[in-house]
Design a protein around this ligand. Structure first.
Ligand code: ADP
Length: 353
């Protein structure tokens, strides 16, 4: 066993990963060189010390105590380091767990630079684009009263539509970067589920009617309220329902359903449309990712809707995923915390994703 641990430790050192074995008393039983380096301890200085002494963050021990908790956590380490802690509960071996430690300082710095760049760029683009949009609209109006060939009007109309897409994209980019930078504050309150879904249906009704898509609601009476920011959740649902309608053939159905699963409420948006191939299912949540650009041409999608939706779900401590088979429709599942009555919080900062 000791040799195995030594081998593993060396391997983890090579991969620049800290590796710690924590015993059933929350004491460090073993730690490799990289773990000592990342936690700024002298060689061997971690062994025998408590998890709290090692990490100086009480949440790490909480993560080890509760196996149902998500098993990763980011903490501020020594020397301005950002550390990613992964806990693996060891069911088979003696009581305790394995912990992996990764230095994500540089990664987070680069992500911050990217987000700030997108934010600045979108700000700079928004003003001239809005002006172009207004002028194009005015020009289109003026052309109505002038004797010009119809192709001129058509061209101006196309410029108007495409500028609209650009404005939408810039606004969505700004939204996304704000959510990512956690500068958006979530205004949490208890939210009744059926009215939340009904409101999304009401707002999408006209769009759905255009392609004769039926919007249906399926919420059992015993689904409890959830804890969330109604405005942000409305935005999330609109993105999902808009997609469901957009990718449905005429005359089909889109269902908005809800159910309770433990301490979460799961909202499901199901369509009978083109579906999403397995290989694309993870990627559609990336910014700008579209499965088939050619097929989507002219529909005005930016490829940002699902990235925003996932950030909103995660900022709530929830998640967004998809189940689908190509050609057989798709179900997007949003998992959000059930409201805990008496929970006094009324606002919480959004977490960076
Ligand atoms: P877009 O603005 O293009 O809709 P999204 O981020 O909302 O951007 O979606 C990304 C891509 O995921 C879409 O372009 C589409 O290829 C795919 N997609 C999203 N929702 C569905 C759906 N309900 N059915 C099939 N494909 C979907």
């Amino acid at each position: 066993m000791d040799r195995d641990i030594d081998d593993l430790s060396r391997l983890a050192d090579q991969a620049a990963l800290g590796l710690l074995r924590i015993d059933g008393e929350f004491l460090v039983a073993h730690a490799n060189d990289m773990a000592h380096h990342l936690l700024a301890k002298r060689p061997g200085g971690l062994v025998g010390h408590s998890v709290m002494e090692a990490f100086l963050d009480h949440r790490v021990e909480e993560l080890m105590t509760d196996p149902t908790e998500a098993s990763t956590l980011e903490i501020d380490g020594p020397a301005a380091r950002r550390l990613l802690v992964r806990v693996r509960l060891d069911q088979a071996g003696p009581p305790g767990c394995w912990t992996l430690l990764e230095d994500v300082t540089e990664l987070r710095r680069l992500q911050r630079i990217r987000t700030e760049f997108i934010d600045n760029l979108s700000h700079e683009l928004r003003t001239p684009l809005t002006t172009i949009r207004l002028l194009t609209e005015r020009l289109a109006d003026e052309l109505l009263t002038l004797d010009v060939p119809s192709r001129v009007r058509d061209r101006v109309a196309t410029i108007d539509v495409e500028t609209g897409h650009l404005v939408q994209m810039v606004n969505e980019l700004l939204d996304l970067s704000r959510i990512e930078q956690a500068t958006t504050t979530l205004h949490l309150e208890d939210v009744a589920v059926a009215p939340l879904l009904e409101a999304a249906i009401a707002r999408m009704r006209t769009f759905a009617d255009r392609s004769s898509v039926d919007l249906e609601l399926d919420v059992p009476a015993d689904v409890p309220p959830l804890r969330g920011d109604p405005g942000r959740l409305a935005q999330l649902l609109l993105n999902l329902v808009h997609n469901a309608v957009k990718f449905s053939p005429d005359g089909h159905r889109v269902t908005l359903a809800a159910r309770q699963e433990g301490d979460m409420v799961v909202l499901a948006v199901t369509d009978e449309g083109i579906g999403i191939a397995r290989a694309d299912q993870a990627r559609i949540f990336e910014r700008f990712y579209k499965v088939d650009r050619a097929r989507d041409r002219g529909q005005g999608g930016t490829g940002l809707g699902l990235a925003i939706a996932r950030h909103i779900a995660e900022a709530h401590g929830g998640s967004l995923g998809v189940e689908s088979e190509e050609g057989k429709g798709a179900t997007f599942l949003v998992s959000l915390p059930v409201s805990v009555s008496g929970d006094g919080r009324s606002a919480a900062p959004a977490r960076a994703g």
